[in-house]
Design a protein around this ligand. Structure first.
Ligand code: PXP
Length: 241
């Protein structure tokens, strides 16, 4: 059964729009867990545009399931991860001008830097996931430098504008998940998944966990966070039965 991890960054985005203390991503994390999420994901960006250092500290103490810290492999953030000791980290590329994470890591080009980060995390017993596009060469490079997980970027599948394009992107994800699984990597997936497009991905039995933020928080505005998480979990469970 595929697991659901909820990304609470968007709650922090709303808080930062006013610069005060509400809504609190810590509350969102607790409610998501109560509604059935089995992991909480937060991205501490270098520019601190949403999640703040304070959130990371409190979440480390309050998350009951699993804390997955999304981050770039920079010295400052690596040190914060080593101090915080999340249950796992997910390395993502980070560009200051982007609205959200725009694509997978180029593990091949950045092999030395990423391997160094993996080695430091491994020494601290923190498993590392690499957020990559569904690409065979990136999967092989991830395996070679010692990643425990990959997270397959589903953004292009989610953004497809025709059935044909969606099918093509889905096939790439399915093949990549299969290849990584056969290589012995643990496979997560995420980005852009919503109540319409999630079922196909959730039916892939090579995938362990889906990381979903935007669509759940968008629905939560209208139906409440508990219902939004429960509905997503139900869709995933139905598809992966
Ligand atoms: N996985 C990664 C690596 C991400 O960067 C994000 C976005 O923060 C997600 C999953 C979740 O994407 P979405 O908010 O579109 O569900």
């Amino acid at each position: 059964m595929i697991k659901l991890a909820i990304n609470v960054d968007h709650v922090a985005t709303l808080r930062q729009a006013r610069g005060n203390s509400e809504p609190d991503p810590v509350t969102a994390a607790a409610l998501s867990e109560l509604a059935g999420a089995v992991g909480i994901v937060v991205h501490l960006r270098e520019d601190r545009r949403h999640i703040q250092d304070r959130d990371i500290k409190i979440l480390r103490d309050t998350i009951q399931t699993k804390m997955n810290l999304e981050m770039a492999a920079t010295d400052e953030i690596i040190q914060i991860a080593l101090d915080t000791k999340p249950d796992m980290i997910t390395l993502v590329p980070e560009k200051r001008q982007e609205l959200t994470t725009e694509g997978g890591l180029d593990v091949i080009t950045n092999k030395i830097k990423i391997k160094d980060c993996i080695d430091r995390m491994t020494a601290a017993n923190i498993p590392v996931s690499l957020f990559i596009d569904p690409d065979s060469a990136q999967i092989r490079a991830s395996k070679e430098i010692g990643a425990t997980f990959i997270e397959i970027h589903t953004g292009r599948y989610a953004d497809a504008t025709s059935e044909e394009e969606e099918d093509k992107e889905f096939d790439l994800i399915a093949a990549a998940a299969e290849e990584a699984y056969e290589e012995g990597l643990r496979v997560n997936a995420g980005h852009g998944l919503n109540y319409v497009n999630v079922s196909r991905i959730a039916a892939l039995d090579t995938i362990e966990e889906l990381s979903i933020g935007h669509s759940v928080m968008a629905r939560a505005i209208f139906v409440g966070l508990t219902q939004a998480v429960q509905e997503m979990k139900e869709l995933i469970q139905t598809a992966s039965r």
